[in-house]
Design a protein around this ligand. Structure first.
Ligand SMILES: Nc1ncnc2c1ncn2[C@@H]1O[C@H](COP(=O)(O)OP(=O)(O)O)[C@@H](O)[C@H]1O
Ligand SMILES: [Mg+2]
Length: 247
């Protein structure tokens, strides 16, 4: 078996003393794209937060191994440095911090190196072009007054600039109009192709997947993985829903 980027073994996760994930196992190899689907409340976001290391999500058994290192006990910032990125369902608004400074600081924290402003600006401009973002957004306060679609584009912009080894996208496409989904999808495709990044895409809709290569699909229901398959499983779910996997 190929060396795994992410190896999750029999993971059990509690939120406020209640067990939400009941023993999840999942392997993602470098550069692979995995899709995670499942009914509302199945625990999809919980899995994303647990991989990222959000302290509200307590791992009670099992382990998370990233790049060969057991990160089960590591803090969020260490996991980010190691190369994991989680996009949020509801990105934060931060008055007084521009989008550009936020991204520059994140990149510098991740790499531990100072980037020259000129190089940074050039890269940022190129990534904003891919996402069809007006360059003026770079100097606006982070997410303040951004529409839903613009916030999601800002998340993908961070993804392209941070260039993590693994990106977890939690319903990045929800609530977006058709054009915005296409643009976001183009940004994700850029990350997939040109950065050879691995992806765990949590989604209900398949529009974001149209332009993307999908390697594996998993169905999560009531805290357990109830089905695994290839790209075809997404179509099967689209046609018949989740009922076939329940009970
Ligand atoms: N921060 C939290 N506080 C309390 N309950 C939570 C929290 N996060 C998740 N849960 C509970 O865990 C279950 C799974 O939620 P979630 O992971 O958000 O599902 P999904 O993303 O698949 O819709 C739900 O019953 C939800 O109420
Ligand atoms: Mg969710």
């Amino acid at each position: 078996m190929a060396e795994q980027l992410l190896h999750i073994e029999n993971l059990k996760v509690n939120v406020e003393e209640k067990e939400i994930l009941h023993g999840i196992s999942l392997d993602i190899a470098p550069g692979e794209t995995h899709v995670l689907m499942g009914p509302n409340g199945a625990g999809k976001s919980t899995l994303g937060y647990a991989i990222m290391g959000n302290p509200r999500y307590q791992v009670t058994s099992g382990k998370i191994v990233f790049n060969g290192e057991d990160i089960t006990e590591e803090a969020v910032d260490q996991r980010a440095k190691a190369g994991i990125y989680l996009s949020f369902q509801n990105p934060l608004e931060v008055p007084g911090l521009t989008l550009s400074s936020f991204i520059k600081t994140s990149v510098e924290q991740k790499t531990g190196k100072h980037i020259r402003i000129w190089d940074f600006r050039k890269q940022l401009r190129a990534a904003m072009d891919v996402l069809q973002m007006d360059p003026s957004y770079a100097d606006r306060d982070l997410n303040v007054g951004f529409s839903g679609g613009e916030k999601k584009k800002a998340e993908i912009l961070q993804l392209l600039m941070l260039n993590p080894a693994l990106a977890i996208l939690d319903e990045t496409d929800s609530g977006l109009d058709v054009d915005a989904v296409r643009t976001v999808s183009r940004g994700v495709e850029e990350y997939q192709k040109n950065h050879d990044g691995a992806l765990l895409i949590i989604t209900h809709s398949t529009r974001i997947l149209e332009a993307l290569r999908v390697d594996h699909t998993h169905v999560l229901a009531a805290g357990k993985i109830v089905a695994d398959g290839g790209a075809g499983l997404v179509d099967q779910i689209n046609e018949n829903g989740f009922e076939q996997f329940l009970n």
